[in-house]
Design a binder for this molecule. Structure first.
Ligand code: ADP
Ligand code: MG
Length: 380
């Protein structure tokens, strides 16, 4: 059982180590940031001091020093620093968020102790070599900064990293409000979904998505393929796809499913220079019919190269079909899939029956029935 923040026994004047996911390209992209604000507000209402932990991108932590000080190139530091988020969070929380970029944990602790601020943001944890190897000693040092730990970073919970895994050995550890929402929604579609259940699979890497097909094979009524994933299915059946994006590694895993009537593949496509780059209008209307009847919908992966206007109509059409079905419970996840929401216009409100998951890889792993290391360590 996971104890969530709302029912956690927390002492007065304590310091929360809050793991969130600021793995965001631009500090102006507010979706992920907005999603963790409720947890921060909850903690501040309870008068807790907060030390925010996150990573960003894939910096190359420099080799050869395991002395618990971080070292990265100036270039990586500039590209991947979390510093710009201090201001953004500060404005959003309407209180000072102090950025901490000391290279070792002892200096960081000193700074916190001397400071009058109540919210702190640590520099990118992947600047420390120890983070990604789930170093127990590093987890212990991180833990020594605070009194209790909250994981509100569902999107990184499929990784055994020190700030998600090792740290929980040393502190009372709880799930945050966002983590709770993610797990409740995903558990619901996994174990209590209403039929018909339709699963849309697009995007690039099928190998990461086969697990979901396997898990839902008996439960789901239809699998609708688009994008590079549809190309992969076609190619796996021996249908020529020219130089289209395919995931060859997934051919053998996906092939056994393809003869079933549950599998829907595009009936027409947009092609340029030998590449299938989008599903066609007929396919959109076929898929829209299945979507209209569905009571549960799961979607990961754009239907085409939506970043180019000419090949965005498939993805846009699917969004429109989903928005029309106000009765279905809908889960949408994946970095690019969520980015494709902008095809509907910047101010488009997402209705309440649609849950936008902040997890890409984590969502796929969870929906495959995998145990996520960051979630397992919270179970006591
Ligand atoms: P997500 O991030 O939502 O999980 P993926 O990472 O699996 O999705 O894939 C998204 C990318 O796949 C997008 O950048 C999109 O342009 C690309 N894509 C989808 N379909 C095609 C296609 N037919 N040809 C080339 N690229 C495609
Ligand atoms: Mg992606």
């Amino acid at each position: 059982m996971i104890t969530y923040l709302a029912s956690a026994p927390i002492k007065n004047n304590s310091v929360c180590l809050l793991r969130i996911d600021l793995n965001i390209e631009s500090p102006k992209d507010l979706f992920r940031l907005e999603s963790i604000i409720p947890t921060m507000e909850f903690l501040r209402k309870k008068k807790k001091r907060i030390v925010i932990l996150s990573h960003r991108g894939r910096p190359q932590s420099l080799q050869g020093i395991l002395n618990f000080e971080y070292r990265v190139s100036d270039e990586d530091k500039k590209k991947y620093t979390l510093k710009p988020f201090a201001n953004v969070l500060s404005n959003r929380m309407r209180e000072k968020v102090q950025f901490l970029d000391a290279v070792n944990i002892e200096d960081i602790k000193d700074e916190i102790q001397k400071s009058g601020a109540n919210i702190f943001l640590l520099e990118n944890l992947r600047f420390w070599k120890e983070e990604e190897i789930d170093s127990v000693e590093f987890g212990k040092r991180l833990a020594s900064i605070g009194d209790f730990y909250v994981n509100d970073a569902f999107a990184v919970s499929h990784r055994a990293n020190a700030s998600v895994s090792a740290i929980t050995r040393f502190l009372p550890s709880y799930g945050g409000l966002l983590l709770k929402k993610e797990l409740e929604n995903l558990d619901m579609v996994m174990h209590n979904s209403k039929h018909p259940l339709a699963i849309l699979i697009g995007g690039a890497k099928v190998i990461d998505k086969v697990g979901m097909v396997k898990f839902f094979w008996k439960k789901a009524d239809a699998f609708l393929f688009g994008g590079g994933s549809a190309n992969t299915c076609l190619a796996a059946r021996g249908i020529p796809v020219g130089s289209s994006l395919v995931d060859e590694k997934a051919f053998d895993d996906i092939r056994p499913y393809l003869a079933s009537i549950k599998i829907h593949l595009p009936v027409d496509m947009e092609v340029l220079e030998g590449k299938i780059l989008d599903i066609g209008a007929k396919t959109v209307s076929e898929y829209a019919k299945v979507i209209a009847r569905a009571k549960t919908i799961i979607w990961n992966g754009p239907m085409g190269l939506f970043e180019k206007k000419k090949f965005s109509h498939g993805t846009e059409g699917i969004w429109k079909a989903i928005l029309k079905n106000k009765k279905a419970m809908v889960i949408v996840g994946g970095g690019e899939t969520l980015a494709s929401l902008k095809l509907l216009g910047a101010k488009r409100k997402v209705p309440k029956n649609i849950f936008l998951s902040t997890g890409g890889g984590a969502m796929l792993a969870y929906l495959s029935g995998e145990k996520l290391p960051g979630i397992e360590v919270l179970k006591k």
